[in-house]
Design a protein around this ligand. Structure first.
Ligand SMILES: Nc1ncnc2c1ncn2[C@@H]1O[C@H](COP(=O)(O)OP(=O)(O)OP(=O)(O)O)[C@@H](O)[C@H]1O
Ligand code: NI
Length: 349
């Protein structure tokens, strides 16, 4: 394209940046409990996922990661109130489909398993108890690819192999599987349709390190040819291995969104909570974050992390917005020698 054909839109970036695969805006999920109490599971979440990108969503237990994934698939229970938007776009599709307002028939027929795949957090609960893994896998392969006969048998074996599910266990029923094998069966099922967007919720629970690496590498391979991967994980080493960007969630909000090399390397995390998560790792300073996450039904006013934060000040009495990739009034700066890289060098010399 010559310079004189450039419009403000083309100057702003390539088409991939202009049309992300997934655009989430102001996603909020509240559960209405008996007695009128509300649980703010997800608050004002915004993020984009580009074609071919892997985003890792990390954060302590109960911070809203799985609720976010369930919202994208229309799988929340009836007492959930959802607002905001989550637009999924096919290649070259400018408008896309808002997953939050799509009707159940659309979600069931065209979204779940086809446009959006899910590796569920509790695989045992998602496998059909009365059927063998082979039968469940074959049915999914047949439905999503149309394969029949010998082709179907071979494709079923290939699907099992992608998630390192051993062929000699295919005739077992879910209750005959260990947690790790059930996890691999669920991963195999989720990979079958090569869905443009894959949500993997704790896909490596119960796996040893070799299998963790193999599983996340296979999930990462899913992003070839412009597919996207949102991986929810407690395993920061796995996130570092496969993610392009990291989103850190705390008490229902995204508090940091950063390129993975910046986050895990230099300058390191900028939100004090994100730094705390990294520093809690045994291979870092092995120091837990003091205190406990707040109750989502009873959030403090202002920054929800302030009661646990060694940098909290008066300004933290208001909720910080996510600007420039961090939602903190007093973010860490590498220049001040506060990043984890600087701390590590200081403590190990
Ligand atoms: N059906 C529901 N009704 C009421 N509250 C719910 C419901 N489902 C989830 N929650 C609440 O929403 C919050 C977020 O839960 P979520 O499962 O998303 O956490 P998570 O970040 O995935 O944690 P983990 O890492 O343990 O899987 C929790 O406090 C949970 O109690
Ligand atoms: Ni979860």
């Amino acid at each position: 394209m010559s310079a004189d054909t450039l419009t403000p839109e083309t100057v702003a970036g390539p088409p991939a940046a202009a049309h992300p695969l997934l655009s989430v805006r102001e996603l909020t999920v509240r559960f209405r409990m008996r007695g009128g109490r509300e649980v703010a599971a997800v608050t004002d979440v915004g993020l984009d996922l580009a074609p071919g990108e892997c985003l890792a969503l990390v954060g302590e237990s109960g911070c809203g990661k799985s609720v976010l994934a369930s919202a994208l698939l229309g799988l929340l229970p009836g007492n959930a109130h959802v607002s905001g938007s989550a637009v999924l776009r096919g290649p070259g599709e400018a408008d896309g489909l808002d997953l939050l307002t799509a009707d159940e028939a659309t979600l069931a027929r065209t979204v779940r398993g086809r446009r959006v795949g899910l590796v569920p957090q509790s695989p045992a609960a998602h496998l059909t108890p009365v059927r063998t893994v082979r039968s469940q896998l074959a049915e999914t392969v047949r439905e999503l690819t149309g394969a029949r006969g010998e082709e179907l048998r071979a494709a079923t074996l290939t699907a099992a192999g992608r998630a390192a599910f051993p062929a000699d266990h295919l005739d077992r029923y879910p209750h005959q599987l260990s947690g790790g094998l059930a996890q691999r069966a669920a991963t195999a099922l989720a990979l079958v349709g090569d869905a443009p967007l894959l949500l993997a919720d704790e896909p490596t629970t119960g796996l040893d390190r070799d299998l963790v690496d193999r599983t996340v590498d296979e999930l990462r391979a899913h992003t070839d040819e412009g597919r996207g991967l949102l991986i929810i994980t407690h395993d920061l080493a796995a996130a570092e291995r496969v993610a392009d960007r990291v989103a850190v969630m705390y008490a229902g909000r995204i508090v940091e969104l950063a390129p993975a090399p910046d986050f895990f390397g230099t300058p390191g995390p900028r939100h004090p909570y994100a730094r705390g998560l990294l520093e809690a790792l045994p291979e870092r300073s092995f120091t837990p974050i003091p205190g406990m996450p707040p109750e989502l039904g009873d959030l403090p006013a202002g920054c929800a992390f302030a009661p646990r934060c060694d940098r909290a000040a008066d300004v933290c009495a208001t909720v910080p917005q996510l600007t420039g990739g961090v939602a903190c009034h007093r973010p860490l700066t590498a220049a001040a020698g506060e990043g984890p890289a600087a701390r590590r060098e200081g403590s190990r010399v």
